[in-house]
Design a protein around this ligand. Structure first.
Ligand code: PMP
Length: 375
């Protein structure tokens, strides 16, 4: 029977407690949300929603074509200029998702014969970029600049090192300055995914590369998503103008993909402008993450010290994590639940996201619920 093997896989998944199901989120959910990635609380900001609506009225519900044909509007280009300027880069290119931006950055910068040195904790989209690229990938130990140095030193020819700036599972930060130094020493490029850093780290939320120094360097390329701190949807690659021009001409997820919906570009641009006007939002989300971690630790829960907005709490097993998240939900708290294959070390976790608009009372309530429902 066609697809018979799917049933076998489904059975294995069921036995391992790893079945995933979809649940629609009601528009007016009464749950306290520590699961979404709306770090700055901007997804429902009236200016952001109005900018999306205005863009849809002006340009339509979709981009109508790829960026190189009919899919570029002035909104896309304004967003590119402002995003690059804000984060300290010469140029930027907007994609339909952060996933597509990562595929583009890695594949377009790793030609045949090149080496890609990839952190073992990288996001799936960077991993898939490595799989699609013509270059050869060497996976190195997590957050280990010496391993990167060694790998680059042993290779002759073009090379890049690829890393998340903030790892999505544990919320720990990459050693960016050391990575940039290792790359420079070996004439390699550095490609980092700042999905969890933009809007949270750096001066006024300018991102981890801005905070650590390498933003704007001619050998550094950064990818971001517009779907977390900017409360919209889409992604971007930031870097030197010649690299961005190369992306326009060579990145397949740019050339062959329909452009980002104008509503999403408009929403992201409005959110970016709010962030520039209200830089305290970035400091606030970091303070909320620290407070959340301190309270969880005081309650005896194994929480990893957060470097940005993600706070992760270890669960005893995949089934335990699912039950824990379900019990939290029943008690009015929405938390993320990470299980294999989303966790590289096989340890399941509850994943909490700090938001700039969480009150002290909400933090207390979240910690209380997590403690009381602990399996
Ligand atoms: N990189 C990281 C580190 C992420 O966490 C995500 C989002 N899950 C992405 C890339 C993909 O971004 P997007 O959702 O915009 O495709």
């Amino acid at each position: 029977m066609a697809f018979g093997w799917i049933d076998e896989q489904a059975e294995l998944r069921r036995r391992a407690g790893l079945v995933r199901t979809l649940r629609p989120r009601p528009a007016d959910s009464p749950l306290l949300d520590l699961a979404g990635n709306d770090y700055l609380g901007l997804a429902r900001h009236p200016e952001v929603a109005e900018a999306a609506a205005r863009a849809a009225r002006t340009w339509g519900g979709g981009a109508t074509g790829s960026r190189l044909v009919t899919g570029s509007t002035e909104l896309h280009q304004e967003l590119e200029r402002e995003l690059a300027g804000f984060c300290g880069f010469e140029a930027a290119l907007v994609f339909s998702s952060g996933y597509a931006a990562n595929l583009a950055a890695v594949t377009a910068l790793a030609p045949h014969g090149s080496l890609i040195v990839s952190d073992a904790g990288n996001h799936a989209s960077l991993i898939d970029g490595c799989r699609l690229a013509r270059g050869t990938t060497q996976v190195v130990a997590h957050a280990d600049p010496d391993a990167v140095r060694k790998a680059l030193g042993a290779h002759d020819g073009p090379a890049i090192a690829v890393s998340d700036t903030v790892f999505s599972v544990d919320g720990d930060a990459a050693p960016l300055a050391a990575l940039a130094g290792a790359c420079r020493r070996h004439g390699a490029g550095l490609v980092v995914d700042d999905a969890h850093g933009l809007g949270v780290l750096g001066d006024g939320g300018r991102g981890a590369p801005h905070a650590a120094g390498p933003a704007g360097a001619d050998d550094v390329v950064v990818t971001v998503t517009l779907s977390k701190s900017l409360g919209s949807q889409g992604g971007a690659v930031l870097g030197p103008a010649r690299v961005i021009d190369h992306m326009v001409n060579a990145a397949r997820t740019f050339i062959f993909d329909t452009g980002l919906a104008p509503a999403a570009a408009g929403a992201a641009l409005a959110a970016l402008r709010i962030l520039r006007r209200e830089p305290e939002r970035a400091a606030r989300v970091r303070a909320v993450a620290s407070a959340l971690h301190a309270r969880l630790t005081a309650a005896g829960l194994a929480a990893v010290r957060p470097d940005a907005a993600v706070v992760s709490v270890r669960a005893p097993s995949p089934e335990g994590a699912v039950r824990w998240a379900a019990d939290c939900r029943a008690a009015g708290l929405s938390v993320g639940c990470f299980r294999p294959p989303s966790v590289p070390d096989g340890v399941s976790r509850l994943r909490l996201t700090a938001r700039a608009d969480l009150s002290g009372e909400q933090i207390e309530r979240a910690v209380q619920v997590i403690g009381e429902t602990r399996p």
